[in-house]
Design a protein around this ligand. Structure first.
Ligand SMILES: N[C@@H](CCC(=O)N[C@@H](CS)C(=O)NCC(=O)O)C(=O)O
Length: 213
């Protein structure tokens, strides 16, 4: 039986799925495509994910799972001991709640900060305002997460080991760095990001992406 295939691109939100895949310990084949090279919009890839985005998890039976929370959910189901979701019905629901929150936060605050011109319909003057407002909202969202991590004793769901939601949140702190958002005043978030970076699966995914170039 062949392995699932994870389609991703280095240093993108696909990295979140890549890190979670490594933490799952499952045998998953990786296929790196170039976002900047336009591979996500090429016919071969659109045949796999018509949304033209990474990540996409292609299962041996042909099913393709897209959207990061769904990809992480599948990994957690396939590897229940991985801790990608907390245990028990309410724990799992809280894990999904935070995954959804991180995903929503990325889409509504981080993406307009990264690509304001698209969100402003191509109007350059408006784009500047979109970007400035998005940066403030992204910072507010991270401050909200800081309080939740404090309340959880170091993780979003109060687990000892970071879950998939914590991996997603740590990625948002990395994106904050790309956007030069100052998070020095968010110590719980910084500590969580360090803890996530030290997870062997996450470190392996980062090393693999660095080697990929
Ligand atoms: N809804 C998607 C969002 C992922 C996403 O934003 N992917 C970006 C890379 S960071 C992408 O593939 N964009 C395609 C493009 O710009 O061509 C998910 O959760 O998987």
């Amino acid at each position: 039986m062949s392995n699932p295939v994870l389609w991703t691109s280095t240093n993108t939100s696909g990295s979140i799925a890549h890190q979670a895949a490594m933490v799952s310990g499952l045998s998953i084949d990786l296929r790196f495509i170039s976002l900047r090279g336009g591979d996500t919009k090429k016919p071969d890839y659109l045949a796999i994910n018509p949304k033209g985005e990474v990540p996409a998890l292609q299962l041996p039976d042909g099913t393709v799972i897209t959207e990061i929370p769904a990809v992480i959910f599948w990994l957690a189901e396939a590897a229940p001991e991985s801790g990608l979701l907390p245990s028990g019905p309410s724990g799992r629901a809280k894990g999904m709640e935070w995954l959804a929150w991180c995903h929503w936060t990325m889409g509504r605050h981080f993406n307009p900060a990264f690509g304001p011109l698209r969100f402003a319909g191509g109007h350059e003057g408006a784009a500047e305002a979109v970007r400035a407002a998005a940066l403030l909202r992204a910072k507010d969202a991270l401050a909200f997460a800081e309080a939740a991590v404090k309340q959880g004793g170091g993780t979003l769901c109060g687990t000892e080991q970071p879950t998939g939601a914590d991996i997603f949140l740590a990625a948002l702190t990395t994106f904050a760095g790309f956007l030069r958002i100052d998070i020095a005043d968010l110590p719980a978030l910084l500590a969580l990001a360090e803890q996530v970076a030290a997870m062997p699966g996450v470190a392996a995914a980062k090393a693999r992406e660095a080697a990929q170039g």
